[in-house]
Design a protein around this ligand. Structure first.
Ligand SMILES: Cc1cc2nc3c(=O)[nH]c(=O)nc-3n(C[C@H](O)[C@H](O)[C@H](O)COP(=O)(O)OP(=O)(O)OC[C@H]3O[C@@H](n4cnc5c(N)ncnc54)[C@H](O)[C@@H]3O)c2cc1C
Length: 467
C-alpha cells in the first residue's frame, strides 16, 4: 500500500477498445486504480454481438479475428476462453471470386493479393494472359519510393498491374474496410505488404519465401487456421470482459456529453452529473472523439473529424442445403467492382466455422454498402433481403424461401484510414501529449480489426495507469 488514493480513470466507450482498456486497468487492483466505463447505448460490444435463433448462431458483426496478430487470442485465453477458441474448418478454406457470371476459386497460394504459387496463378481462369504476365513483372520491378504514402490501388497497380488491382484491390484489401482502394492508405491499412516490398523488393519473392518457411514449419506441426473465433460466438469475448470488471465499473446508457480540464484533472459530464478523473481514455471511434476534444484540443479534434466513416449493411440468410444449386466447398466469395452483382462479398458462415447451423442447413452472409453502394444501409429490410436473395441466386443458385433472415445496418461505422492517415495520427498524438493524461485509442486510429483494437487499447491503458 502506498497510502495514495487510487488513480481514477474514465474510459469512454464500451466497445472492445473500452472494455479491454478498463479490464487491463482494473487488473492492477482497487488500491492502484479505480476505473469507470461510460457507454452511451444499452449494450456493450459495438458491432460485436452474438444471438441464437432456430439453431443458428448469428453474429451481429465480426465472426472472427486474424490469428497472427496475437492480441485477441491472448486476451481470450487470459479471460479463460482458451477452450472456446475454434479454427476455421480446414476443408472449407477456399475463397471464390465472382467473375463473368460464375464463381472461380482464388488460385492456390494467393497471399492477400500476391500470387505465391506461380503454376496455380498461371492456370487460373480469373486473369487474362496479359494480366498474369504483368503480375509476374513484380519479380523484376525495382523497389518503389519508400518515403511516400500510396493508396492501396496505386500500390497494387504499380507492383502487380491493373488486372490484379481490379480483381483483388477493392474486393479483398479495401473490402475489409468497406472502402475505396484509391483513397485508403496502403501504409496504414496493410503495412505488412509495404514492409514486404522494402525487405524483398518483389512482393512475389517475399510471398514465395514466406510460403517456403510456412511449409517447413508445417512439416513440424499441423498447419493452423489463419483466423480464430469462439465456439459460442464473438459475443462471448464481450461477456467475459464485462464479467471481469469490478462491480459498478460500467455505466450503461450514460453518454459522455463533454470533457474539460481543471487543475491537471478531467471533468467528465453526463446527463447524470459531472465527475473528476485523473485520466481519460477516449475509446470511441474518431467521429465521437472529435466533438469531445473540440473545446480542449481544437486542432486534434479537427484532424480526427477528418477521418471519414462509411456505412454498410449485411443480410444473414439461412437455407436448407438442397435449396442451393452449388455444393458449397469454401468460405465465401468476393465480387470485383466491374462485375454485376447485388452483393459485394459473402461469407458462408456455416462452412467457415463449425457448429453454427442446424444439420442440413447453410448460413450465408451477404455484404451490401460500403463506398461502392454508400446508401444501402438506408434501404428497408425488404429491399435489402430482396437484393441479397437475388445475389445468392446469381452466385450459388439459392432458390425458394430462406429458413431464416436477418438484416444488420452499420451507419457510419467503418473508419477509413485514407492517404495521410499515419501522419494525421502522429500529429494528434503529439497534440494530446501536451494535455494531462488522455488517450484516443479505438478502431480506426492504429488499425481497424479486433486484434489491432485490443493492442492499441491495452497500450493506451498501460500509459494512463503508469502516468
Ligand atoms: C460489419 C462489421 C464486421 C466486422 N468484422 C470484423 C471481423 O470479422 N474481424 C475483426 O477483427 N474486425 C471486424 N470488424 C471491426 C471490429 O468489429 C471493430 O473495429 C471493433 O469492434 C471496434 O471496436 P471499438 O471499441 O473501437 O469501437 P466500437 O465498438 O464502435 O465502440 C465504441 C462504443 O462507444 C460508444 N460511444 C460513442 N460515443 C460515446 C460517448 N460520447 N459516451 C459514451 N459512449 C460512447 C458507442 O455506443 C460504442 O458502444 C468488423 C466491423 C464491422 C462493422
Amino acid at each position: 500500500m502506498t497510502g495514495r488514493a487510487p488513480r481514477s480513470i474514465a474510459v469512454i466507450g464500451g466497445g472492445i477498445a473500452g472494455l479491454t482498456s478498463a479490464y487491463r486497468a482494473s487488473k492492477l487492483g482497487p488500491d492502484r486504480v479505480k476505473v469507470s466505463l461510460f457507454e452511451a447505448s444499452d449494450r456493450l460490444g459495438g458491432p460485436i454481438g452474438t444471438s441464437f435463433d432456430q439453431g443458428y448462431l448469428l453474429e451481429r458483426g465480426p465472426d472472427g479475428f486474424v490469428r497472427s496478430k496475437g492480441s485477441a487470442e491472448a486476451l481470450a485465453r487470459e479471460l479463460g476462453l482458451g477452450d472456446e477458441l475454434i479454427e476455421t474448418r480446414p476443408e472449407y478454406r477456399k475463397l471464390y471470386v465472382f467473375k463473368r457470371g460464375a464463381l472461380h476459386a482464388v488460385p492456390e497460394g494467393l497471399a492477400l493479393v500476391v500470387p505465391s504459387d506461380i503454376a496455380s496463378w498461371m492456370r487460373s481462369p480469373l486473369a487474362t494472359w496479359t494480366g498474369k504476365l504483368r503480375a509476374l513483372a513484380d519479380l523484376l520491378l525495382p523497389r518503389g519510393p519508400t518515403d511516400i504514402d500510396e493508396t492501396i490501388g496505386a500500390f497494387v497497380r504499380r507492383r502487380l498491374g491493373p488486372e490484379v488491382s481490379n480483381l483483388f484491390a477493392e474486393s479483398v484489401l479495401a473490402g475489409i474496410h468497406s472502402g475505396d482502394p484509391d483513397r485508403l492508405s496502403m501504409r496504414a491499412t496493410f503495412p505488412q505488404l509495404v514492409q514486404m516490398e522494402r525487405q524483398h523488393r518483389s512482393l512475389i519473392l517475399g510471398a514465395l519465401r514466406a510460403r517456403r518457411l510456412a511449409r517447413k514449419s508445417a512439416e513440424r506441426a499441423a498447419p493452423v487456421s489463419a483466423f480464430l473465433s469462439l465456439r459460442r460466438g464473438m459475443g462471448s469475448l464481450i461477456d467475459a470482459l464485462a464479467r471481469a470488471l469490478p462491480e459498478g465499473a460500467v455505466r450503461m446508457q450514460c453518454e459522455v456529453l463533454s470533457l474539460s480540464a481543471s487543475a491537471g484533472r478531467w471533468i467528465v459530464r453526463t446527463a447524470r452529473g459531472s465527475e473528476t478523473f485523473d485520466a481519460v481514455h477516449l475509446a470511441v471511434p474518431a467521429r465521437f472523439a472529435a466533438p469531445l476534444l473540440r473545446p480542449i484540443a481544437p486542432e486534434a479534434a479537427r484532424l480526427l473529424a477528418g477521418i471519414r466513416h462509411v456505412s454498410s449493411a449485411v443480410a444473414l440468410l439461412g437455407y436448407r442445403e438442397e435449396q442451393l444449386d452449388m455444393k458449397l466447398d469454401g468460405s465465401g466469395f468476393v465480387v470485383p467492382p466491374t462485375e454485376q452483382c447485388e452483393l459485394s462479398a459473402s461469407t458462408w458462415l456455416s462452412h467457415k466455422w463449425p457448429g453454427r447451423v442446424p444439420d442440413g442447413h447453410v448460413l450465408l452472409r451477404g455484404f451490401l454498402g460500403g463506398t461502392r453502394d454508400p446508401d444501402a444501409h438506408l434501404q428497408d429490410d425488404e429491399t435489402l433481403l430482396r437484393r441479397a436473395r437475388a445475389g445468392f441466386e446469381r452466385t450459388v443458385g439459392a432458390r425458394g424461401e430462406p429458413t431464416l433472415t436477418r438484416v444488420v445496418r452499420y451507419a457510419d461505422t467503418s473508419p477509413q484510414m485514407e492517404l495521410g492517415h499515419t501522419a494525421r495520427i502522429q500529429r494528434v498524438t503529439a497534440l494530446l501529449r501536451e494535455l494531462p493524461s488522455i488517450e484516443v485509442a479505438a478502431a480506426g486510429v492504429h488499425g481497424v480489426g479486433i486484434p489491432d483494437t485490443i493492442k492499441q487499447a491495452s497500450e493506451a491503458s498501460a500509459r494512463l495507469t503508469l502516468a
